[in-house]
Design a protein around this ligand. Structure first.
Ligand SMILES: Nc1ncnc2c1ncn2[C@@H]1O[C@H](COP(=O)(O)OP(=O)(O)OP(=O)(O)O)[C@@H](O)[C@H]1O
Ligand SMILES: [Mg+2]
Length: 350
């Protein structure tokens, strides 16, 4: 049972404030994902929890105990680093076996455990190689195997799937999800991939410039992004964000006219997700423009229309076809969620 609490932690590198003062509680058994663009402070936050990075101020509490001065090896955590962190002189087998050896498991048990774990990450054919003889994706899987070969109190994983090919990434994602279900180990997982965050997380902490801007369940973050940054970051293709104004309960922008639940406001950004728009023949539809591009994804066709400098995207039927540059109209589906943001502050209006 391991709860992790970051209390008013702050991290400065010299004069550079990498993580401004903030608090975060990761519940026992939770799968918490730190999500954000490159350089936003994900790894730094993770390394502070691990004890690999000094904190400038604040406290880190694990299982109710202040661990600021405890070295990493005494925190009962297993880590997967962004840069693998494998022992170069050891074979794959020895790398994976190492945490078990440290804890004094018998040779026979170790062998069985390594075999089982290697099979999970599809490494069983490579056990006698050294890290230098592996591809990036294979090295990443060794790092993952070394972390999951035993059951610690906390897993810390920094982009553990980023170097795998698309297919293996999806397989490993399901493997991690299942593993978390089986073991229930408190997990902090870093990624810049919103799909990974949405599919794996109990809760997602969306970070920007070192700060957590929203902390919620994936469902809530998707349905009610707190600001424009989160709205644009979550979802693929991303939410259509249309710059305009609201007057007498109607939102207007070039080629866009849509009644909204707001009396009036000058600088408004209206957000609507591609999957909540229908493609229609109705020239009076909320959004009108010229068809710009059609992209077949397999299960659907992404339809992009342009009106002036702005473009909007809808997810249409897989066999939707039309002439590029012909007039095109989009209408919100029944019950579609319309998001309104303040253009100046970026904050959600309702
Ligand atoms: N040792 C260091 N000295 C100075 N600045 C650092 C150091 N380590 C990280 N930084 C800076 O702190 C900020 C956060 O870095 P961090 O590695 O936590 O980002 P990240 O969110 O993990 O990014 P990525 O997705 O690219 O891995 C960055 O601006 C980075 O340049
Ligand atoms: Mg990082």
């Amino acid at each position: 049972m391991a709860e992790v609490r970051l209390v008013d932690i702050e991290k400065k590198y010299g004069n550079f404030l990498a993580v401004p003062k903030q608090s975060l509680t990761i519940h026992d058994g939770e799968f918490l994902v730190l999500l954000g663009p490159s350089g936003c402070g994900k790894t730094t936050t993770m390394r502070m929890i691990a004890g690999l990075e000094d904190i400038t101020s604040g406290d880190i509490m694990i299982k109710g105990e202040r661990v600021n001065d405890k070295p990493p090896k005494d925190r009962d955590i297993a880590m997967v680093f962004q840069n693998y962190g494998l022992y170069p002189h050891m074979t794959v087998r020895q790398n994976i076996e190492y945490p078990l050896k440290l804890r004094g498991m018998s040779k026979v048990d170790r062998k069985a455990r390594v075999q089982e774990t290697a099979e999970k990450v599809e490494l069983d054919a490579l056990l006698e190689r050294r890290p230098s003889e592996l591809s990036g994706g294979q090295r990443q899987r060794v790092a993952l195997a070394r972390a999951i070969v035993r059951t610690p109190s906390i897993f810390l994983m920094d982009e553990p799937l980023s170097n795998l090919d698309a297919k293996l990434r999806v397989t490993m994602r399901a493997e991690l999800k299942h593993l978390h279900h089986e073991l229930g180990v408190t997990t902090v997982y870093v990624t810049h991939d919103q799909m990974e965050a949405m599919t794996l997380a109990t809760r997602v902490a969306v970070m920007r410039d070192g700060k957590i801007v929203q902390l919620d369940t994936p469902k809530k973050i998707y349905a009610e992004p707190a600001d424009l940054f989160v709205a644009g970051f979550i979802g693929s293709p991303s939410m259509n964000l249309i710059d305009g104004a609201v007057q007498s309960g109607v939102f207007r922008a070039d080629g866009v006219e849509l009644p909204v639940d707001l009396a009036g406001c000058k600088g408004v950004v209206l957000g609507i997700r591609p999957e909540e728009l229908d493609i229609t023949e109705d020239a009076g539809a909320a959004i009108s423009g010229k068809l710009y591009a059609l992209e077949l994804t397999g299960e659907s066709t992404l339809v992009t229309l342009r009106n002036g400098p702005s473009s909007d995207c809808a997810r249409g039927h897989a066999d939707f076809e039309a002439e590029i540059n012909s007039p095109c109209h989009l209408a919100p589906k029944d019950g579609a969620r319309i998001h309104l943001f303040d253009r100046a502050t970026g904050e959600r209006l309702r």
